[in-house]
Design a protein around this ligand. Sequence first.
Ligand SMILES: COC(=O)[C@H](Cc1ccco1)c1ccncc1
Length: 130
Amino acid sequence: FREEENTLRELRIFLRQICAKLARNKQFYMFSKPVDVEEVPDYLSVIKEPMDLETMMTKIDHHKYTCAQDFLNDIDLMCANALEYNPDRNPADKQIRHRACYLQDTAYALIKAEMDSDFEDNCRKIRDDR
Ligand SMILES: COC(=O)[C@H](Cc1ccco1)c1ccncc1
């Protein structure tokens, strides 16, 4: 219906703002584009479903997200990938894990702070009815 399309359009505009804000943050540069498999040849043998902010921006444009939780599920995936691929207790791995957790908490906080819960409930209803 037209009302549903208006709601989903508003969701896409909102999610693009969140995604752009995260991608602008210098601390999250390693999440802004796909991990370079030239640089890490074994990445795809360890991580079955890579995810990054540029890919998420494209998914918004392709109408892949019908509610904020779908978007946050990809944030969770991106974070889990970083924890899985960088598990060691050396400083580099510890820093990327910390950044992954910081990005995840920031994404949830931004969405909770700026999204009306009735709006998200409406989006979830549209998703579940589809
Ligand atoms: C989400 O980013 C990653 O998991 C890669 C893994 C990686 C290891 C070596 C090259 O890339 C990363 C990039 C930059 N700094 C830390 C780790």
